[in-house]
Write a protein that binds this ligand. Sequence first.
Ligand code: S3P
Ligand code: PEP
Length: 418
Amino acid sequence: MDISIKPNYLSGEVDAISSKSHGHRILICAALADKATNIVLEKTSIDIDTTMNCLRALGAKIEKDGTNIKVTPIEKTNSVPLLDCMESGTTYRLMLPIAAALYREVDFTGRGRLPERPMSDLINAMKEHGTTFSKEKMPFTVKNGLKGGVFEIPGDVSSQYISGLLFAAPLLNEDVEIRLTTKLESGNYVEMTIDAMEQFGVVVERLENGFFVKKGQKYISTSDVTIEGDWSNAAFFLAAGAIGKEVVVRKLNMNSTQGDKEIVKVLKDFGAKVEVGKDYVKVSSSKLKAITLDISEIPDSLPILSIVASCAEGKTEFINAKRLRLKESDRLVTTRKMIENLGGKAIEGPESLTVEGVGKLKGGTTESFNDHRLAMASAIGSIISENNVTIKDAEAVNKSYPKFYEDFKSLGGKIDVI
Ligand SMILES: O=C(O)C1=C[C@@H](OP(=O)(O)O)[C@@H](O)[C@H](O)C1
Ligand SMILES: C=C(OP(=O)(O)O)C(=O)O
C-alpha cells in the first residue's frame, strides 16, 4: 500500500497502544507459569501475534476475548513444534533459548531480514551448553536441549540475547550465570525482562558483570496483568507535538522500565515544551535547538528523532549508533535516505548520524524500507513538509502499530491511499 499525506499539523489527544516489549515479556512468563494468567492487552500487532503463535506452537493455550487474553501455560506436545518468528527479532531471540530448554527438537523459521539479523553469539553460547543447530541461519532445527552453567555473551550486539537466556534460566536444572564480555547496551530492555520475571516470582541477581539465576525457581502466575502503554510508539506523536501543535499521549506509565520513556527528556533537551502528568505527556513546539545524543540505550527512537532534528537549529549528532544497522533495516542508511528523500540533510558515519536542521522539509516520495519505524517517522515528517509526502509500502507499520494511520488521522492528519 502506498499513501500520500498532505502537510497538516496534528493536534489533540491519543491513547498509547499496548507496549510491544512489555507484551512479549508478560505473554512469555504467563506461558511458562504454573496456572492460567489473564492479561489485558488493548491492541495487538504482527509481532505480538507472532510471539503468541510461537507460544501456542510450544503448547500454550491463548484465548482472546476483546482486550482480555487468557494464557494457559505450555503443556508439552509429542510433535516437533515449528516456531515462525516472522520478522520479529524479539520473538526470535527470546524464544530460541526457551524452546531449546523445553523441547529436544524444535524447528525455527522467519521472514524478511530476520534470518540475516545477528544471532551467531547466542547460537554459539547455546552450542557451548549442548544445543545443536542444523544450520547457522534459519530455517533450522534445534536439538539436544540446553544446559545451565556459565554463558559468556557480548552485551553490545543485542540485549535480546540476554533477555532470552534469562527467560530460559529457570527452566534449566542448574544455576545460570550470564557473563557479559562487553558493556551492555539497550540495558533497559534487560531490566524490563527482570521486572517481568520478578512479577512471576523469579528472582534475578545483578552481578558486577552480568546476571545470576539460582536453580529451582518457578514462574508463578500472578493476578491479572495489564500491558502498559508503548513509549517507543508514543514517541512518534510526542515528536509531532514538538514540531507542530499541542499533542497529548495518554495511558503512559511514568515509572515504566521502558527505556524509550527517555523521549520526554530528549524532547525537552531539543527545547520543546513538555508537560508530564500522572499518566499522560503533553508536548508542544518551541524554538528547537540541535543536541548531541547517545542513542545506544534508545535505538528505536532514531528515525523519529531525526525528523525532530531536521526542525532544530544546528546539527544534531546521534552517536554510538552502530547497532542501528542491525534492525528491521540498516537504520543508519534508511534514516539518512528518508531525510534525503524528504529534502533534508543527513550524513551517515560508521557509527553515527548527523542531521542538519533545515527548518522545513520539502516533502516528496520516500518508502518504508519494510521498516515500521521508518514508515511512521516519514508520516510525522509530513507535518513539516512543504509538499505532500508519499510513502511506499506504508503497511510496514503493522509490525508494531497497526492503527498508526487511524490515530494519525484522528489527530487531524490527511492521508490518501494511492
Ligand atoms: O527486547 C526488546 O523488546 C527490544 C530490544 C531492543 O533491541 P536490541 O537489544 O537488539 O537493541 C529494541 O531495539 C527492540 O525493538 C526491542
Ligand atoms: C527492532 C525492533 O524490533 P525487533 O528487534 O523485535 O524486530 C523494533 O521494534 O524497532
